[in-house]
Design a protein around this ligand. Structure first.
Ligand code: COA
Length: 260
């Protein structure tokens, strides 16, 4: 059904492969369109994803936007491509389920920007991260100047973007971008294990609301964010899963959440 992405279903945990390995999974318009359609389908399909994992086929996660078409693109076409990319990343950020980027190799340019729009990033020890657009006379226009700065602070972000610096998985871990470094070839297994832990131990509505609050709260004043937090907690207090979570704790057993 899709050509530039491939989806595997692991008992409700969806594994999405960026699938243009001969171009190091560089994102072209078709890939954005297919991602857009896939994210829409997650909101409508009966069995929603419990967790979504993103990774790359072959030796890269995603080596950025496909530079090839830039040579002949008009400004109007370039802007349309940028708008499409923004819509896709914002749609992904707003998915109910947690999104884990399992970075298996190069996450350059738009690839790093996709990872930054995910909720959690795990990386293989051979992963490399960069926003090298300045080398092309451009800048990271897929959210990179904003999301990286929010993630690591202005000084590290300025250095990475203005010097087009590449960092490895260990450095990304030190900078709190990556939460776990897995041996080469084992990053998808590490992401699957994390996804299964989330799925087994935590109520889906609680996870979904917490992730939204953490993202949206960062853009609000502290009192507003704390108001949002109180309201969300109150909503969760009325759910069946909260009853089940409390009951399971009291009965010293594992909870069985139903997402209600
Ligand atoms: N757009 C289009 N094609 C790309 C690409 C991109 N962003 N990144 C890699 N490719 C292609 C290469 O052109 C090459 O294709 P070819 O075999 O038809 O010549 C293929 O993928 C393999 O890449 P190659 O450069 O040979 O691999 P490498 O291991 O020597 O280098 C990188 C890997 C990631 C360092 C290098 O490919 C690179 O710098 N890519 C561009 C990164 C970038 O600037 N991204 C931001 C884009 S806005």
């Amino acid at each position: 059904m899709y050509e530039t992405i491939r989806i595997e279903n692991h008992d409700g945990i969806l594994l999405l492969y960026f699938n243009r390995p001969d171009k190091l999974n560089a994102i072209n318009e078709q890939m954005y369109q297919e991602l857009d359609a896939f994210f829409d389908s997650l909101a409508t399909r009966e069995q929603r994803a419990q967790v979504l994992i993103l990774t790359g086929e072959g030796r890269a996660f995603v080596a950025g936007a496909d530079i090839g078409p830039y040579e002949t693109m008009t400004l109007a076409e370039f802007r349309a491509f940028q708008r499409l990319g923004r819509r896709v990343m914002e749609k992904m950020e707003r998915l109910d389920c947690p999104v884990i980027a399992a970075v298996n190799g190069y996450a350059f340019g738009g690839g790093f920007e996709i990872a930054l729009a995910a909720d959690i990033i795990v990386a293989a020890e051979n992963a490399k991260f960069a926003l090298p657009e300045a080398k092309l006379g451009l800048l990271p226009g897929g959210g990179g100047t904003q999301r990286l700065t929010r993630a690591v602070g202005p000084y590290v972000a300025r250095r990475m973007i203005c010097a087009a610096e590449t960092i490895d998985a260990r450095r990304a871990y030190e900078l709190n971008i990556v939460t776990e470094v897995a041996p080469k070839g084992e990053v998808v297994a590490a992401a699957l294990e994390l996804a299964r832990t989330i799925n087994r131990d935590c109520a889906p509505l609680a996870v979904s609301m917490a992730k939204r609050l953490m993202r949206e709260g960062m853009e609000a004043s502290l009192p507003t964010a704390l108001d949002m937090e109180m309201d969300s907690t109150a909503l969760l207090f009325m759910t069946e899963d909260k009853d089940e979570g409390i009951q399971a704790f009291i009965e010293k057993r594992a909870p069985q959440f139903n997402g209600q």
